[in-house]
Write a protein that binds this ligand. Structure first.
Ligand SMILES: [Zn+2]
Length: 280
């Protein structure tokens, strides 16, 4: 591989197609980022290749990383949350046809791990475990300077280890995978579930039970004199408490503008209004 060798790397991630033109040493010559068009990913990739290679000379190969599992023997995408079924199976061959390049299709965690090993944070190490936490959870293993994919081809995919047998169904078909609990969307979903639970609000002095919706999905607020938010505020970080209080104060009805809010956490009052201001 001579010094004039140029390569293009692409990464599909959520709504984005990232691409870079690199030389043989891994130095990035040019990069670009486009909004992903999943249904037209072949045409989009070919367009990006043309844009990056214009007046640059010959491109040797295209590395294409996707969030999903790829059969390394057949180059067939087995599973991917971000790619529609219509493009998965023929992705490798279609990319080759459309770009005219040799294409290496790879799981994005594997590709990222190898990149870190070659030119990034892991270049001083021969043995690396890599984790990628985003819309999903990917993992990869570099052993003695080689990507270790194991007999199945999916070694290092820690995102699909079952950690909750009673948990949610995962995109992989299993139940309660780490990804269903600790990926970024899963963390947000669980936080929302807990906050929704918080909105089971006890009644005020008029004895009427009401619901207070911090996110305003259920509209306005009651005329209760005092609102006690209780239950599963396990995520009761101070910032959450303060935001809840700000929303409460902002959206309470004008006729109840002397209503107060008490956040009750694990059986004790965690932040009265004056304390919250003090803590802020
Ligand atoms: Zn899974």
């Amino acid at each position: 591989m001579g010094n004039s060798t140029l390569l293009i790397g692409m990464h599909v991630s959520g709504q984005t197609l990232q691409a870079a033109l690199v030389d043989a040493s891994g130095q990035i010559i040019q990069r670009r980022e486009d909004t992903l068009s999943p249904e037209n990913i072949i045409e989009q990739a070919a367009f990006v290749v043309r844009e990056l290679s214009a007046n640059r000379g010959e491109i040797s190969a295209l590395g294409f990383a996707i969030p999903g599992l790829v059969n390394r023997q057949t180059d067939v995408v087995i599973m991917s949350r971000d790619l529609p079924a219509s493009v998965r199976e023929g992705l490798h061959s279609e990319l080759g046809r459309a770009t005219g390049l040799r294409v290496e299709l790879e799981n994005d965690a594997n590709a990222a791990a190898y990149g870190e090993f070659k030119v990034g944070a892991g270049k001083e190490s021969r043995d690396i475990f890599y984790m990628m936490i985003g819309n999903g959870i990917g993992g990869a293993i570099i052993l003695d300077g080689k990507l270790w994919t194991g007999s199945s081809g999916f070694a290092g995919e820690v995102g699909h280890i079952t950690i909750d047998a009673e948990g949610l169904e995962c995109i992989c078909g299993n139940t309660g995978c780490l990804e269903t609990v600790a990926s970024a969307p899963s963390i947000v979903r669980r936080a929302r579930e807990r906050l929704d639970c918080v909105f089971d609000v006890g009644g005020g002095r008029d004895g009427t039970g009401h619901h207070f919706d911090c996110e305003r999905r259920r509209g306005g607020f009651c005329s209760a004199k005092e609102v006690v938010i209780r239950g599963c505020l396990r995520v009761g970080h101070k910032s959450h408490a303060l935001k809840t209080r700000r929303d409460f104060l902002e959206h309470r009805q004008p006729l109840a503008n002397d209503a107060s809010l008490v956040l009750q956490h694990a059986g004790k009052i965690s932040a009265r209004p004056s304390e919250a201001r003090d803590e802020a």
